[in-house]
Design a protein around this ligand. Sequence first.
Ligand code: 5AD
Length: 384
Amino acid sequence: MTEHNFASAVKKVRDALGPDCPEARAPEVSAVTSPLPGEELTEDDIVALLDTGPQEQQTVFALADKVRKHFMGDAVHLRGIIEFSNYCVRNCLYCGLRRDNRRLLRYRMSIDEVLKVAAKAAAAGYRTIVLQSGDDFHYRADDIARMVEGIKRTAAVAVTLSVGERSRKEYAVMRQAGADRFLLKHETADPDLYRRLHPGMTLEGRLECLAHLRDLGFQVGSGNIIGLPGQTVQTLAKDIMLLRTLDVEMAGIGPFIPHPDTPLASCPPGDLAMSLKALAVARLALPLAHLPATTALATLHPDGRRMGLSCGANVIMPNVTPLEFRRLYEIYPGSIALRAPEDGGIAEIRTMLSSLGRPVSETCGHSPKPEWALPTRVADISAH
Ligand code: 5AD
């Protein structure tokens, strides 16, 4: 039964890719192909693709790599992350920044500091700056807007915000200031597990925030953690289905890494193979989404970035936070970001990418969706 599901799921993607499975990126030709690969995958198909052993998973990885190449090209987008505050009002059971972790020294960067770091990152070559923090209401929406405006004034970069749950009004202020994108992971699509892991929060509330962000015109990023205690392959399939329903422009999918000063300290880390499979299947289901080879994946395995990039990923998010603060932004221990230089390690990343035959993108790396949708619309109109 499972074997049949696996074969039929793979066939669905292959058929949608077309008989010659073209590898060159050619939206004007391929956008007319409908459905996109992955659009027809059911939840059962996704379970079958995730629930595979070492041999079959090579098929999934190879297919994800092909879909990535075809739809997103070979270029890898670098997004420089500035972690500007590690204060957090939330108490997520897995996260080292959780409110009840009193062992962590907390810091906040000023708006000026953030602008200086962003200018340096832009000069180093980053075309997207990600401003990330705990859920820290010390910064009003206005403050974050000032950061966005300041960055936009001095550098030709895209700005992504990752500052947690806020009201629609606050998100609107940030968008108005010029923020292009917003990352808010759904973490897990299982509502009960969500409630257990996030005291006082609900999946529903999270989805409401994501709906506001979508409505306000942000390019929306979400994503989930692999290997949370209580998670199953079915839950993971629901995660990928949810990402598809949300039609996200980006999805961060990375393994759980236990933090000693959290209630989940003694839980095992997420499984490497499952993390790669989830990434690969997300690529199949979301051919046009930006998918990072996450820092958590690279922390779980020294070759994680390279593996992620070969399983569907097309983004790396190096950390450009000043080193004195970076060590305090301890979501989980042992992050590879701690070993990277101040500029996030662009030179090392370039070397690694060139060994994979993957250039660094010269663009801001906005969502390619409009590019692909346009010819489809033209084709649709001419068909009537
Ligand atoms: N392991 C892996 N990922 C984690 N995150 C938080 N804590 C952990 C952990 N222990 C992720 C969450 C969050 C992002 C900032 O980091 O997905 O959204």
